[in-house]
Ligand binder design. Structure first.
Ligand code: NAI
Length: 413
């Protein structure tokens, strides 16, 4: 069993690996004192375990793997922040079983993707990829024929989520007519219009752009039949996931000229590092704008990731909030009022736990001013704001409640 009792000046230690953006530091200390240590590069599990003694918060990016063993050997670890989008590098189930919530920053690069997509729309409409390829060969393609403004053109957005809706606003500002298709009902921004089906959107878009996740339904969602439904000369943008588009079908549609050009940032197979060569049949086309999966890669996005993940860690430590954790029951008990103590209990999700916990609380003569409980899978997470003087040994009594995995107390001062 693990315990933590802090508040009233006890300093939390955080270890940040992999050159996490400096903005994370101010965000981590926003709600209370945190001592920050840094670790160069991506440590392996053994090196990491050696550094985690007495560390409550761990920040990593995508290259540090956190297998089960790390959680088994880090009794002080309270929470993990993935300062990136993906969380595949972490054994999330092991983290949950150890009572460790894991946070990430999934939407911090939304704006970066939306901006690049708008830029790609402008580039494609003006025929820039072809002109750029030609001028590098010393050819001077000065004609206005086939070059257009985006103003007044129809942009078709597939997936009106964070990125799709942000793009919608930017594109409207450029005078484009925005149409979208989403499987969920989404509120239209500005004059954007929802389409009832993908086919309707395909038929009207001058530029079709994909902003859906990779799911069994979206895999190869743009194949020969969908490309054939698009207007002759229309453009395709994929800045979302590499498996959404059937590349041989797109290659054929570019060869025939039915598709006027494309901007592709993500591919079915991508080089694992800069030492590996990129191969794609799309390299053969002058009218295709290719980028190496950098839709979300900007310094601003890195700073936003630093802020977002760090604030989530700080809120967990100082308030007990697990809001937006990727592996944990979601609880947002809010700031702790002065004069109260907050008991946080991570426990096995089993019948009767809460009544036993409340017996321990009332047995200590404490009043419950507020109480929250959420469960996910095998794990339950409860927060109780308590009034009255905490008797000696109270935390030990909570730990003795059968099913308690971890318990800690925050003090409102
Ligand atoms: P989101 O989850 O906010 O939005 C996705 C939208 O797609 C949702 O509204 C959802 O209802 C909709 N959707 C799901 N299945 C659909 C279907 N079959 N047909 C139509 N709509 C469907 O995601 P967000 O943040 O907007 O990201 C969109 C995509 O962009 C994701 O694939 C993400 O991985 C990718 N991305 C790419 C980056 C890059 O570097 N190129 C960086 C960041 C995100």
């Amino acid at each position: 069993m693990r315990t933590n009792h802090h508040g009233n000046g006890a300093v939390i230690r955080a270890l940040l690996a992999e050159n996490i953006h400096p903005d994370a530091e101010a965000a981590l200390t926003r709600f209370g004192p945190v001592m920050i240590e840094r670790l160069d590069g991506a440590p392996d599990a053994a090196a990491l375990t050696a550094r985690l003694d007495g560390v409550q918060l761990l920040g990593i990016r995508s290259r540090t793997r956190l297998p089960k063993d790390v959680f088994a050997n880090a009794p002080d670890l309270l929470a993990v922040g993935c300062f990136c989008i993906g969380v595949n590098q972490v054994d999330l189930a092991a983290a949950q079983a150890a009572g460790v919530p894991v946070f990430n920053a999934p939407f911090a690069n939304t704006r970066s993707v939306a901006e690049l997509t708008l830029a790609a729309a402008v580039m494609l409409m003006r025929g820039i990829p072809r002109k750029l390829a030609a001028i590098r060969r010393g050819e001077w393609l000065k004609s206005a024929a086939g070059s257009h403004e985006v103003r007044g053109k129809k942009l078709g957005i597939v997936g009106y989520g964070n990125i799709g809706s942000q793009l919608s606003v930017l594109a409207s500002g450029h005078g484009m007519h925005v149409y979208y298709y989403d499987i969920e009902t989404k509120l239209a921004h500005g004059n954007a219009r929802a389409m009832a089906s993908l086919d309707e959107l395909l038929a009207l878009a001058d530029i079709l752009t994909l902003h859906v996740p990779s799911t069994p339904q979206t895999r190869n969602m743009i194949r020969a039949a969908q490309l054939a439904r698009m207007k002759p000369g229309a453009f395709l943008i994929n800045h979302a996931r590499g498996d959404l588009v059937d590349i041989p079908a797109l290659t054929a549609a570019l060869e025939s000229g039915h598709i006027g050009g494309a901007a592709i940032d993500v591919f079915p197979t991508e080089p694992a590092s800069k030492d590996e060569r990129f191969e794609s049949p799309l390299l053969a086309f002058d009218n295709v704008l290719l980028t190496p999966h950098i839709g979300g890669s900007t310094e601003e996005a890195q700073a936003a990731i630093g802020e977002d993940a760090a604030v989530k860690l700080a809120r967990y430590v100082f308030e007990g909030s697990t809001g937006k954790a990727v592996n944990f029951p979601q609880l947002e008990p809010g700031p702790l009022a002065p004069g109260r103590a907050r008991l946080l209990s991570i426990h096995v999700n089993a019948p009767g736990y809460l009544s036993h916990l409340n017996e321990a609380i009332s047995g200590a003569g404490l009043n419950v001013a507020a109480q929250h409980l959420q469960t996910q899978g095998q794990t339950g997470y409860a927060a109780a704001d308590l009034e009255g003087g905490l008797p000696d040994g109270f935390l030990a009594r909570v730990q003795a409640v059968p099913g308690t995995l971890r318990a800690r107390l925050l003090n409102g001062g």
